[in-house]
Each structure stands twice: as C-alpha cells, then as structure tokens.
Design a protein around this ligand. Structure first.
Ligand SMILES: Nc1nc2c(ncn2[C@@H]2O[C@H](COP(=O)(O)OP(=O)(O)OP(=O)(O)O)[C@@H](O)[C@H]2O)c(=O)[nH]1
Ligand SMILES: [Mg+2]
Length: 328
C-alpha cells in the first residue's frame, strides 16, 4: 500500500507526463485529457500533476459563489467577454451544482456560457460534484494548476456557495466574488451560506430588478457590522450587475483587477498563497490518513475493542494505529 495511488494505472494510455509539453503550449485536447485524468484519480497522473504544479502559480484565480440561481453562470459568461482583451486567455471551471434546487436552468445557461466562451476562445470545463475520490476541492484545484501551467489567466471557478467542499474551493481563489440575487427572500444569502466573510467583492446580481437596491443596502449594513479588519486595507465593495443589460460588468471587471493589484502591492498575495498551500497539503493528508484507516478498518475495530475493554488507553491506541499504518 503506497501513499498516493487512488486508482491503478489505466492500461494502454499515453503516459500523462508526455502530455506536458502540449499542455504548456496551451493545447486544449491535452489540457482536457489531463483534467479528466486528475478527476479520475489515476496514480499514473500524479507525477505529471506534480510537474504542472511547479510550472503554475502565475494565474489570477477568481472564485464566484452564490446560492443556486443567483446568476453566477450568466455573470461568468459576461466576464469571459470583459476579460477577452488581447493577451488574456480566460478559463472557467464550473463546479456542477448537484442540488435539486438548480432545476432545469443549468443546461440552458451552460449553453449560453459556452457560446460566449466559443466566441471569446475561453476554455470552459464543468466538474461534477460527485465521485471525486480524492475530494472535490483537491481535484478542482488540480484542474486550476493544469490551466495555470497552460498559461490561462484569469481562471474563474464557479461554485454554488453551499457545502463545505464548495466553500473550500472558493477560499482557494485569490479574489472571491460573492453573488446575491435580489428577491430570493429577506435573508442575506451570503450569511445563510456562510460565505459573507470570505467575500473580497460583493455583487448583487439582476440589477435590472427593482428589489436590487434593498439587497445592496442589506449587504452594506452587514459589512458595517462586521467591519472586515483582516483584509489589510481592502474595502470590500458592494457592486451591482445585470447580465440582462450588461450594466455593472465593466465595474466588476475593474474591481477584480484592482483587487489583484492590491494583493500584489500589499503583500497579501503571499499570505494567501501560504494559506492555500497549507490547506491543500492538510486536506490531502486528511484524505490519505482516512483512506488508510478505511483500508485497515479491521485492525482499527480490534484496537477500539481493546480500548473498550481497558486493555489499551485511547492515546496508546492512536499512537499504535498511526505506527501500524506507517509500516505499510
Ligand atoms: N432578470 C435577470 N435574470 C437573470 C440575470 N442573471 C441571471 N438571470 C436568470 O436567473 C436564472 C439563474 O441564472 P444562472 O446564471 O443559471 O444562475 P446560477 O447562479 O449559475 O445558477 P446555478 O448554477 O444553478 O447555481 C436564469 O433563469 C437566468 O436567466 C440578470 O441579470 N437579470
Ligand atoms: Mg450556474
């Protein structure tokens, strides 16, 4: 039992390391293939992912989150256009909402997004929320590394702002945009979803609706109460956009660029990078330790029984279990 394999090597595959030169050149088929291999959790892909990680680190990663139906995909579609200046190669990872609330709008919005993506030569990839053997956050961030190494920037990650995995993904972005839609009840959705504090930029979507002003006021009120002291002199703006009329998109694009400049100028960038790296390593360790214990469930059950019968104390049991698992 080695430390890393998640799935055995697929037979008859071109080795992933051979895809690297093409990926670095920005070749879409190889990029897509590499993301699929990361998603599948192939052991064979690990050295290639490791190499790509070393070559990544230049892209501006933008996280966009908000409750289902907040207008994220429509907004991302607009952002693809506004970031399509010469030299900008935009990539989008849309983490599929598997929530039953998202209803049938997904496909339509996906198609709209891909129209905009096609016209602006942006790379768009959906990732399902289920079936990630190594954890959704870990896989999504590997996809970000691949796109980063391939020269894409910005890389926009759209996630539904509910669920621990999704929040974890979005907090690994450099710039976090939290989207709230007007008229989705009286609650501030960001608070409900626990993402109020992680916003670098608040956006009230669907500004063409008359209720938008009240949602802006509610968020501003909450920000005054919460006064974000830890953001090193960045004042979280509350902006409005309408994907229907295009209003506010240019303002949001500027705010995103300003936030990136702020991160670089203030030293906050290095702090965030350290934080993100630490979380990624710890999350992977957590996953690997749990998996080892799952595999050693029988030994573990026996050790528990010895603790129950007071033959063994809990601390010695834990030490023994860790040693036991390290021997493999
Ligand atoms: N009036 C108005 N409707 C909008 C706007 N943006 C999005 N919508 C509508 O709101 C619905 C949800 O939009 P999406 O962009 O799919 O929202 P989402 O947050 O990506 O949704 P999920 O991915 O399902 O969580 C769709 O019916 C859109 O047409 C807008 O600016 N104005
Ligand atoms: Mg969406």
């Amino acid at each position: 039992m080695s430390a890393a394999p998640i799935r055995a090597n697929p037979i008859g595959y071109r080795p992933s390391v051979e895809l690297i030169p093409k990926i670095i050149e920005g070749a879409w088929p190889e990029i897509a293939r590499m993301i699929s291999r990361a998603e599948a959790g192939y052991e064979e892909a690990i050295p290639a992912l490791s190499e790509l990680y070393k070559r990544a680190g230049k892209a501006h990663v933008i996280g966009i989150t908000g409750v289902p139906g907040a207008g994220k995909s429509a907004l991302v579609s607009g952002l693809i256009k506004s970031f399509s200046a010469p030299g900008c190669r935009v990539a989008v990872i849309a983490v599929d909402p598997s929530s039953p609330f998202s209803g049938g709008s997904i496909l339509g919005d996906r198609l709209r997004m891909s129209d905009s993506a096609h016209a602006n030569r942006a790379f768009v990839r959906s990732m399902a929320t289920r079936g990630h053997l190594g954890g959704l956050a870990s896989t999504t961030l590997q996809a970000v590394d691949i796109l980063d190494a391939a020269g894409f920037s910005p890389i926009i990650v759209e996630t539904v702002g509910v669920g621990q995995d999704e929040v974890e993904i979005v907090t690994a972005a450099h710039t976090v945009v939290v989207l709230s839609a007007p008229g989705l009840g009286d609650d501030i959705q960001a608070i409900k979803a626990g993402v109020m504090e992680i916003a670098d930029i608040h956006v009230v979507s669907k500004a063409d609706k008359p209720e938008a002003a009240a949602t802006v006021a509610a968020i501003k009120g909450m920000l005054v109460l919460g006064s974000d002291v830890n953001k090193s002199f960045w004042t979280t703006p509350v902006l409005t956009t309408s994907s229907k009329t295009g209003e506010g998109l240019a303002g949001l694009t500027s705010a995103i660029n300003e936030h990136w400049s702020h991160l670089k100028a203030s030293g906050e960038f290095e702090i965030r990078e350290r934080h993100i790296c630490r979380k990624r390593v710890l999350a992977t360790m957590d996953f690997l330790v749990r998996r080892r214990f799952d595999e050693g469930a029988q030994e573990m059950a026996q050790t528990f029984e010895r603790v129950v019968s007071r033959e063994l104390d809990p601390v010695s049991a834990a030490v023994a279990l860790l040693d036991l698992n390290n021997e493999h």
